[in-house]
Every structure is written in structure tokens, then in C-alpha cells.
Design a protein around this ligand. Sequence first.
Ligand SMILES: Cc1ncc(COP(=O)(O)O)c(C=O)c1O
Length: 295
Amino acid sequence: MTPQIVYLNGKFLPIDEARVPVLDRGFIFGDGVYEVIPAYARQPFELDGHLERLEASMAGIGLTNPHSRAEWAKLVSEVIAKNEPQNQAVYLQVTRGVAPRDHPFPKGVAPTVFMMAGPLKPVPAEQIENGVAAVSLVDNRWLRCNLKTTSLLANVLLRQAAVEAGAAECVLFRDGFLTEGSASNIFLVKNGVIITPPKSNFILPGITYDVVIELARAHRLPLEIRQVSEAEVRDADELWLTSSTKEVLPISTLDGKPVGHGEQSGKPGPVAARMYQLYQDYKRTVMRAPANAQA
Ligand SMILES: Cc1ncc(COP(=O)(O)O)c(C=O)c1O
């Protein structure tokens, strides 16, 4: 089997040969940012959106961007081209580089740039059909959740708590209001209206979130972007999570209680099914027109 080829600081090499010094600030402090970009039929999906968010994350932590947008796009295409799977998840990380351990930013240190592309696992059909379990948890992360930083300890602990409760994801609340999941954005549906919290420092501005909102607008589906109370989430007709790797995935139970009402209770709802289909159609359209899909 051909080894997985990764990119590290200017070189492509087999993953087993890639080495980062122990004093890398990504290792010592979690001082870095990252992106996960899906590629279908070997073409990156929504690449511009991902690179724009990467630039915002770097600016947000005062990390000098080592590449232009065009250079990033080229590196992403190259790492995809060097790996075999048709559908890939590209993981891209930039840290503040290698320096003696000290909290302030080191001077004159080049950032560490790492990228790997692995197979993008399809979401199991059973999950799309039946939905997944979620549990509610208090959002105890920091106040800059809009930045996609590698310091993910809070998200890791939240996801672990969800897994230990037999759930696939958590639905997070801060001061009684919905924020997002540990690695996803959250949407609900009430009386046919799609509702999701606005972008703020409390949530990651998801690329899938953006696509879903654009699709809802383009197809004139009722949509409200506003703060959502915990009570509204618990009384929702439908709950979904969205992310680049999970796409649009219904949540069928919250804290063990079926989501929704009446006959629909505990089953993915019609608006989720519609949005799932619109998302798949959009993906196919964009992937058929590679000029639009690549920066
Ligand atoms: C905390 C968090 N929120 C939301 C998302 C969804 O973002 P995207 O749709 O860009 O994958 C992610 C993705 O990993 C995430 O980690």
C-alpha cells in the first residue's frame, strides 16, 4: 500500500517520516490553528471559505500568515494529488513554531505548517436514516470559540463526556442559550422554521453552517438566525448537527428523550431530509464545476 503522504514545512514525505521538535509551541502550548477541508473526487470543497477562516484564525491569535491564499490553495491541491482516496479529509495546521518554552510570542521564528490528507469516511447510511443521540452539556470553553485553534482540550473533554453517555455529540448551552456541538454547529426546526444561533465569539463559523444557510435562503425555506434558549431546543420538532465531515446529520434523541413530537418523535424530520438532499445536490453541482470549487 502506498504510504500516506503529508506536507511539513516545505516538504512532502511519508507520514512515518514526518517529525516536529518537542519545543514546537503547538506541542507545548497548543499555540496554533487548524482547518479540516473535505475533498470529493479529489477536489477541495468550499476551499475559499476554509482558507478565509484559516486567515481569520491566524489573525485572531496574532500568527503571521506564512502563505498567500493562492499558495495555500496550491498546497491543499498538492497534498490531495499525492494521496490515493477519491474522497479525502485534508487536515491543515499552523503553529507558532519552535522556540524555548516561554509564554510570550518568540521573535523571528517561522511557523510550523503541517498538512495531511486521509480518507473521508462517509457518514453511515443508518445514521442519516435514524439520526444520532446527543446529550446536553454546559459550554465551559473559552470566549474565543470563533477561532479554530488547536487548543481543543475543552472540546475533547466535552466529546468524551458525550461518548461516555452513549451519544455521538453534545449540544452545548452557555447561560441558558444554545451555542454549538463539540465539533459541529447545531440547527433546530420549529413549526417549519429553521433556527440557528448567529455567528459570534461563542461558536465556530462553520463552513457547512454557511452552506446550509445559503441553501435555505436560495430555496426560500423559512429561516431565523437568532439566539435560541435551552427550552426551545428541548421543544424542537427537529434537531440537526452540521460539519464538513458529518454534513447534515439529524439528532434523534437529546439526553435520552426523543426529539420532536407526535408520530415524528425520535425520527429525523422532513426539513432535515430536505436539507440533506439540497446539500448533496449542491455538492454534486459544485464538484461538476471545478473552476468554482478551487481558489
Ligand atoms: C466547534 C466546532 N463547531 C463547528 C464545526 C463545524 O464547522 P465546519 O462546518 O466548518 O466543519 C466544527 C468542525 O469541526 C467545530 O469543531
